[in-house]
Design a protein. Structure first.
Length: 454
């Protein structure tokens, strides 16, 4: 089953640019002048693992029905009626104007699931316009730069939320067509850590340009790999430097491309240089991966240059646990991209991290752990009142995410939440993978009932 999404909005907000981005080629004309698109145009789009039909439309303008603009608007209204969902796009730099508010009402009346897109987000002007977009009453705006290919992972998540049934079926159909999906891997790190050399060694050819000069890789390049029967799709990325040192426009775009590769990956290999492992920027990169909720593997490269001493690997693992406290037990592998040492261990670690990231815990086992964890370390009293933790459930995987129902959710101390997360890691063998723990207050059955006086 396929589904259809229509892109609507005022003239010149970037609809055709997004259309071209989704269909993967320059089909619709793009120009700074408004009104270039007149007819509605259909294309086969792809976003992440979703295949669907996308419709580009003329810019919405208030005008008489018999005029050219009026007939263009009628074409757009027909497309809305045919679509399963709507991408309603505004220009984030100008923020919503009266025309946007007028047409937002038109979209609302259609009753179709709608994703509000604040396009042209690059720069400070775009940031302020995005917040103004909340006034349209169409929910959280997705920050996007269609021209610079930024924000598509967030658009993917918003589309999945808007059409949960249709997108789930589309994902299942894609999996049925292609069989087992390759594990999507991104290799990230500081410049000159050896990312391209590592991938060349894995695939057995000089596919990617390498140099001792930092910054050789600019685009996020993807290569396919079949390693002992397991398929991978591996993205090489530009080196990520500290923000203060990134000044050229081209390098900024390269870093943005690297960050997008992280967001679309399932497992991220953070590649460190053995001579200066776990520097501040390494920790920032690892934190970014954790925040994005991706499985993570730490690879320490150039191991062939290291003087071998007893306990060297154990020392690196201790450093990892000390520096990356939120990813306790993160898999760590020493490798040499130049000689190929440790690559089997690295690929095994990637597969294991992927399995852990997808792990679902049986409810009965989760309940037994929960009772034991509370008995062993009861929740503290806050303001003289004991917190009551009722029960826990696993909401989803990728990464493992749990919902804890309790009283006074906002009063549960961070230290106690860390205790529960670390206990989960240990009990169910979830080393290094991000764990999400959300607290919800249980509904009060007596809330809203009248009080009776005796």
């Amino acid at each position: 089953m396929s589904f259809t999404v229509v892109i609507v909005g005022r003239p010149n907000v970037g609809k055709s640019t997004l259309f071209n981005r989704l269909v993967g080629r320059r089909v619709a004309l793009v120009d700074d002048r408004p009104g270039v698109t007149r007819d509605r145009r259909e294309g086969e789009a792809r976003l992440g693992d979703l295949d669907f039909t996308v419709i580009d439309t003329a810019g919405l303008e208030e005008s008489a029905p018999e005029s050219l603009s009026g007939r263009m608007r009628a074409q757009t209204e027909t497309a809305i009626a045919q679509a399963d969902a709507i991408f309603f796009m505004i220009d984030a730099r100008s923020g919503p104007i009266p025309d946007d508010r007028y047409f937002a009402e038109l979209v609302r009346k259609s009753g179709k699931p709608t994703v509000l897109i604040a396009n042209k987000m690059e720069g400070e002007a775009g940031q302020s316009g995005r917040f103004d977009a909340y006034a349209l009453g169409l929910g959280d705006p997705v920050a996007l730069s269609a021209e610079h290919n930024e924000g598509l992972p967030d658009l993917y998540d918003a589309l999945r939320a808007a059409l949960p049934v249709e997108t789930a079926e589309a994902s299942a159909e894609a999996a049925d067509k292609t069989g087992p999906q390759p594990i999507k891997v991104a290799i990230v790190g500081r410049p000159n850590a050896g990312k391209s050399t590592l991938i060349n060694r894995l695939i057995g050819e000089d596919r990617l340009l390498t140099s001792s000069e930092a910054g050789t890789t600019r685009d996020a390049i993807a290569v396919s790999l079949d390693y002992h029967g397991q398929k991978f799709r591996i993205h090489d990325t530009a080196g990520i430097r500290r923000r203060g040192r990134v000044d050229e426009k081209l390098e900024k775009l390269s870093v943005s491309d690297a960050l997008n590769a992280v967001r679309f990956a399932e497992v991220v290999v953070v590649l460190l240089d053995v001579e200066n492992a776990f520097e501040e920027q390494d920790q920032r990169i690892a934190d970014l991966v954790e925040q994005e909720g991706r499985a993570i593997v730490i690879a320490v490269n150039k191991w062939d240059l290291k003087e071998r001493t007893a306990g060297a690997i154990s020392k690196l693992r201790e450093q990892a646990d000390e520096k990356l406290t939120q990813m306790k037990g993160v898999p760590l592998v020493a490798v040499s991209a130049l000689t190929g040492e440790g690559l089997d261990r690295l690929m095994h670690a990637i597969v294991q991290a992927h399995e852990t990231w997808n792990k679902r815990i049986p409810t009965s086992a989760l309940n037994r752990w929960f009772e034991a964890a509370i008995d062993s370390h009861p929740p503290p009293a806050v303001s003289g009142r004991r917190l009551r933790l009722n029960y826990i459930t696993q909401a989803k995987t990728r990464p493992p995410s749990f919902v804890l129902f309790c009283t006074r959710a906002d009063a549960v101390p961070d230290a106690y939440k860390r205790y529960l997360v670390n206990s989960l890691r240990e009990a169910f063998e979830l080393p290094g993978t991000p764990i999400r723990l959300a607290l919800r207050e249980k509904d009060n059955p007596f809330k809203g009932r009248a009080k009776f006086k005796h």
